[in-house]
Write a protein that binds this ligand. Structure first.
Ligand code: GLN
Length: 426
């Protein structure tokens, strides 16, 4: 059997080919010379499956799609609190190269615009600008799962025409937002923008964010989940510049566009997406890229506001069994223990208190437990104990065990219900 996914991606490509609006960025010859007809798409799942269609071998500069990754590295190096002192997280509602600095402090509005990206680059820990460049290069390459190449000509062009970015760099220095040489900071930022990628690279980079910071193919953890959350939040509110609100309502996934015509999108827990087509709209976002993302979002239910399925009760069944010569109430649980599913389980026990002394929670079919569900489980177990119950867990994969109560005790834990049914009273 052949996977239907590539055929679907091809259909998405074909459906936007007739859109010829917008214009290729023309501020430097390397971008102006891009073939405007190029069109490509890729999706990478959190399991590491990669699907491509169109001109997927075409390489182009990563440009502003680099910004989320540099921001992630800056936070990994400095911690969120320190980075936040230098770069805010508010949407600017302005173009990418606007002088969006906070009045008084000069703090850039967010890390997805140039001012914030230059500041983020300068925060990366290094002994020299060259070492900083190397760290960025290596970091992006790990996200892509292969060594990325630098487009040196494009970099030189950008550096020799980068007056606006240099102005931003000098302003940041004058406000004390960056403490290094502003020319070096801007050159480093431009170098990061000049690393080249194809859509599969970008999809894997995005999928690493979708996968909580673990590269889906290499299995390498590149950033902590909390950093991923920070980066995706900022991409959601600021990633599409002054079109961010329109983007969130229509496409609805954290995303970042670049002036080369690429857009990356991240659906947390599911996929990373990359699209590419060089003609840009007035916001600097790829015209066909936006159209492809809109279509994917509609067809594949990617919008984060509809992605969440209502959490169901964690209770698969509740029954009475004879175990070790006595009666027991067994709650068989399933799925993920999150706030709502755990609340439904506890409500069942509150409304209809178990009438046996022995109460068993069978977690054999539970996949994951959130921190809040763990705290709720501890509190519920304490209360059951206070009501004179003996709680036993069946938890072969140690999803919840050891569940340590505030008094230091933990409920007995078994590997299977059979152990309880066969054995004596635990
Ligand atoms: N190199 C570009 C610049 O800083 C990147 C901008 C972008 O992709 N929007 O001007």
């Amino acid at each position: 059997m052949k996977s239907p996914v590539p055929d679907y991606l091809q259909a998405v490509i074909d459906s936007v080919r007739s859109l010829t609006g917008g214009a290729v960025a023309d501020y430097i010859p390397e971008l102006a010379g891009a073939n405007p007809e190029r069109l490509a798409i890729a999706i990478a799942t959190v399991e590491g499956a990669v699907y491509v269609a169109g001109d997927s071998k075409e390489r182009f500069s990563i440009q502003s799609m680099s910004k989320p990754f540099t921001y992630a590295l800056a936070i990994a190096d400095r911690g969120l609190a320190e980075v936040a002192q230098h770069i805010d997280v508010e949407p600017s509602g302005e173009a990418f190269n606007e002088i969006s600095l906070e009045t008084g402090t000069g703090r850039p509005r967010n890390p997805m615009i140039n001012a914030g990206a230059i500041a983020a680059h300068s925060l990366i820990a290094a002994d020299s600008a060259a070492q900083r460049d190397a760290r960025v290069h290596d970091f992006y390459s790990r996200f892509a799962g292969r060594e990325l190449a630098l487009d040196a000509e494009l970099m030189q062009s950008e550096q020799s025409t980068g007056d606006r970015n240099l102005a931003l760099g000098h302003l940041l220095k004058s406000f004390g937002v960056i403490d290094q040489d502003p020319v070096a900071a801007v050159n480093g930022y431009i170098r990061q923008c000049s690393l080249t990628v194809d859509v599969a690279d970008l999809a894997l980079m995005a999928a690493t964010l979708a996968n909580g910071g673990v590269q889906p193919v290499t299995g390498e953890r590149l950033v902590d989940p909390l950093i991923v959350r920070q980066v995706l939040s900022v991409m959601t509110t600021c990633g599409m510049y002054d079109a961010a609100g329109d983007w969130l309502t229509t496409v609805g996934i954290p995303a970042k566009s670049g002036v080369s015509g690429g857009i990356i999108g991240v659906l947390p827990g599911q996929v990373g997406i990359a699209v590419f087509s060089p003609r840009l709209d007035s916001h600097g976002n790829s015209v066909r890229g936006v159209a492809m993302m809109e279509r994917l979002s509609r067809d594949m239910n990617l919008h984060i506001m509809d992605a969440a399925r209502p959490a169901r009760s964690a209770m698969r069944s509740r029954r009475r069994v004879r175990a070790g010569g006595e009666n027991a109430t067994v709650f068989e649980l399933q799925g993920d223990l999150v706030f709502v599913s755990t609340e439904a389980l506890i409500r069942n026990a509150v409304d209809n208190p178990p009438d046996t002394e022995l109460v068993v929670f069978d977690l054999s079919r539970v996949d994951e437990i959130t921190d809040v569900a763990r705290r709720m489980s501890i509190a519920a177990t304490e209360r059951l104990k206070a009501d004179g119950k003996r709680v036993v867990l069946v938890d072969p994969r140690k999803i919840i065990a050891p569940l340590t109560l505030p008094d230091g005790t933990s409920p007995a834990t078994l590997d299977s219900l059979e152990e309880l049914e066969a054995g004596g009273s635990p």
